[in-house]
Design a protein around this ligand. Structure first.
Ligand SMILES: NC(=O)c1ccc[n+]([C@@H]2O[C@H](COP(=O)([O-])OP(=O)(O)OC[C@H]3O[C@@H](n4cnc5c(N)ncnc54)[C@H](O)[C@@H]3O)[C@@H](O)[C@H]2O)c1
Ligand SMILES: N[C@@H](CCO)C(=O)O
Ligand code: NA
Length: 437
C-alpha cells in the first residue's frame, strides 16, 4: 500500500460539472475505485471540484472537493487536468463548459451526445489542435464500449454498416408495452423515474437521442464529418399495442433502430425509425434498458455488443473508462482520424430507400374495400406479400394488415396516398419498415 499512497500524491485531478444521475455516480465510482486505479495505472483519479444547480448531499464525501456555483468558471479556473461535462444540452452552459475547459488546456470527458452531434467536429478540432482528449464513451450506448471498439478494436476494417438499439428509454417502453400491455405514458414515467430519460423525454421517444448517437457512430465508422441534419428520424409514439401484437403474430419484434450504411453508389444512408426485425435476430432479443450495437466490417464480419444503455452505473462506467485512457496517457483522435481529415458525408435521401413494409389500416368492413386497397397497390406498382384481416360485422371498423415485398419508398408513399383517399379507410395508415438484418 506504500506505493499506492505515494502515487496518490500525484492524482489526475478532475472537475465534474453536473451532479445528476450521471455526475453523482461518476464521483462515487471514482471514490470507490481509488485504490484500484492507483494499483493499475500508477495514479489515482481524484475529483477535486464540482458544480451543480443545488448544493445538497448526493451520497458522496465532499472532503477535499471544492464547490463552484458556476460550472463555466470552474472549467476555466479550477486547478484540474480534466473537466467532465455531465450537464447536458446541445448549447448553453454545457457548450460553454466544454469550450472554457479546452481553452484553459484541460482534457474533456462528456456524456453529451446532443452537444457532439451538433458541434462535435469543431470541438474535436479545438481539442486536437491543443493535444487534448475529448472523450465521449458515455454518450453512445451507455456502458457498451462502442466508441473505443470503433476507434481502436475494429480500426482495421472497412465498415459497411453500423446499426443498433441506442435508446434505453425506447427499448424499455417497447419491451414493457409488449410484456405487460401497459400504456405508453405510464411506462415512460417509469423510465424517467429510473433515470434513463433525457431532461426532455421527447428526445428519447421521438428518435432524436438515437439520431444524436447514430451521427457519432457514423463519423467513427466511415471517417466522415458528423452530419446530424441529414438523418431521417421517426420515433415510437405511433407504435400501438395493436401493432406490437401483429408483429408478434408475424414473427417480428418492434425495435427503434439507428442504422448507418454505405450504399452501392457511395452515399451514406442514416436513418432512425421503428423497425420490425425477425425474432431470431440478435437485436430482437435485446430487451428493457439494454442497448445493442452491431458493426459489419470486411475482416471481422458481424460484431454484436450488448449492454445497459442508460442509468447511473452503466453511464458512469463509461465516463470513468475515458478518464482511465487519460490517466494511462492513451490518446487517439476524437473520431478515429484527425478531425481535419474527416470527409463531408455523402448524403443519401430516404426516397431512394428500398425495403419491405408493414402497413396497418383501420377500415370499415364492407364489400369491395379490399378490392380498392389492392387496386391502389397495383396502380403504384407495389407488390403485396401477405394480408391479415380481422372482424366480420358489417360496417364495423377493423384492422387490415398488409406486408409488402421490397419496394422503393417513393412508390410506397404513392400507394399510401391512394389508400388514404379510399373513403372506407378511416385512419391514416400506420407504416413500420420491415428490416432485413
Ligand atoms: N441518465 C442517463 O442514463 C444518461 C446516459 C448517457 C448519457 N447521459 C447524458 O449525460 C448528461 C447528464 O444527464 P443526467 O441524466 O445525469 O442529467 P440530470 O438532469 O440528472 O443531471 C444534470 C445535472 O446538471 C446540473 N445542471 C444543470 N444546469 C446547470 C447549470 N446551469 N449549472 C450547473 N449545473 C447545472 C443539474 O443540477 C444536475 O446536477 C446529459 O448529457 C445526458 O444526455 C445520460
Ligand atoms: N436517454 C438516454 C440515456 C442514454 O444515453 C436513453 O434512454 O438511452
Ligand atoms: Na458507450
Amino acid at each position: 500500500m506504500g506505493e499506492v499512497n505515494s502515487v496518490a500524491k500525484n492524482p489526475l485531478k478532475v472537475a465534474v460539472a453536473g451532479l445528476g444521475t450521471v455526475g453523482a455516480e461518476t464521483v462515487k465510482v471514482l471514490q470507490k475505485q481509488a485504490n484500484l486505479m492507483a494499483a493499475r495505472y500508477g495514479r489515482t483519479i481524484k475529483v477535486v471540484a464540482v458544480s451543480a444547480r443545488s448544493r445538497r448531499d448526493r451520497g458522496f464525501a465532499m472532503e477535499g472537493i471544492d464547490w463552484y456555483d458556476d460550472p463555466v468558471q470552474m472549467a476555466a479556473s479550477a486547478d484540474v487536468d480534466v473537466v467532465c461535462e455531465l450537464i447536458g444540452g446541445s448549447d448553453g452552459v454545457a457548450k460553454a463548459v466544454v469550450e472554457a475547459a479546452l481553452a484553459a488546456g484541460r482534457h474533456v470527458v462528456t456524456a453529451n451526445k446532443a452537444l457532439l452531434a451538433h458541434h462535435g467536429v469543431a470541438l474535436a478540432k479545438t481539442a486536437e489542435s491543443k493535444g487534448l482528449t475529448l472523450g465521449f464513451e458515455a454518450a453512445v450506448a451507455g456502458g457498451i464500449p462502442i466508441i473505443k471498439a470503433l476507434r481502436e478494436g475494429l480500426a482495421g476494417n472497412t465498415i459497411s454498416r453500423v446499426y443498433g438499439i441506442m435508446n434505453g428509454t425506447c427499448n424499455y417502453i417497447l419491451t414493457t408495452m409488449r410484456e405487460s400491455g401497459r400504456d405508453f405514458a405510464d411506462v415512460l414515467a417509469d423510465a424517467q423515474r429510473l433515470g434513463y430519460a433525457e431532461a426532455d423525454p421527447s428526445f428519447d421517444v421521438d428518435g432524436v437521442d438515437t439520431a444524436h448517437k447514430l451521427s457519432l457512430l457514423t463519423s467513427l465508422a466511415f471517417g466522415t464529418q458528423v452530419n446530424f441534419d441529414s438523418i431521417h428520424i421517426e420515433g415510437i409514439r405511433h407504435v400501438s399495442a395493436t401493432d406490437i401484437a401483429f408483429a408478434e403474430e408475424l414473427g417480428y419484434r418492434i425495435k427503434l433502430l439507428g442504422i448507418a450504411r454505405k450504399t452501392a453508389s457511395g452515399g451514406i444512408e442514416q436513418r432512425v425509425h421503428p423497425c420490425m426485425v425477425r425474432k431470431d435476430e440478435p437485436v430482437a432479443t435485446v430487451e428493457g434498458v439494454f442497448n445493442s450495437v452491431v458493426v459489419e466490417g470486411d475482416s471481422v464480419g458481424r460484431s454484436v455488443s450488448i449492454g445497459r444503455g442508460a442509468g447511473a452505473g452503466p453511464t458512469a462506467s463509461a465516463v470513468v473508462a475515458d478518464l482511465i485512457d487519460i490517466v494511462a496517457s492513451r490518446q487517439t483522435p476524437t473520431f478515429g482520424i484527425p478531425a481535419d481529415l474527416l470527409e463531408p458525408l455523402p448524403v443519401w435521401s430516404m426516397d431512394q430507400h428500398v425495403g419491405a413494409y408493414y402497413i396497418r389500416l383501420m377500415v370499415e368492413d364492407h364489400p369491395g374495400v379490399f378490392a380498392d386497397i389492392a387496386a391502389a397497390l397495383r396502380d403504384s406498382n407495389v407488390s403485396m406479400e401477405a394480408v391479415i384481416q380481422r372482424g366480420r360485422s358489417p360496417d364495423e371498423v377493423v384492422p387490415v394488415v398488409l406486408t409488402l415485398h421490397e419496394t422503393e419508398e417513393v412508390r410506397l408513399n404513392d400507394a399510401l396516398a391512394r389508400i388514404s383517399a379510399i373513403a372506407a379507410v378511416v385512419e391514416p395508415p400506420r407504416v413500420i419498415r420491415i428490416e432485413t438484418l
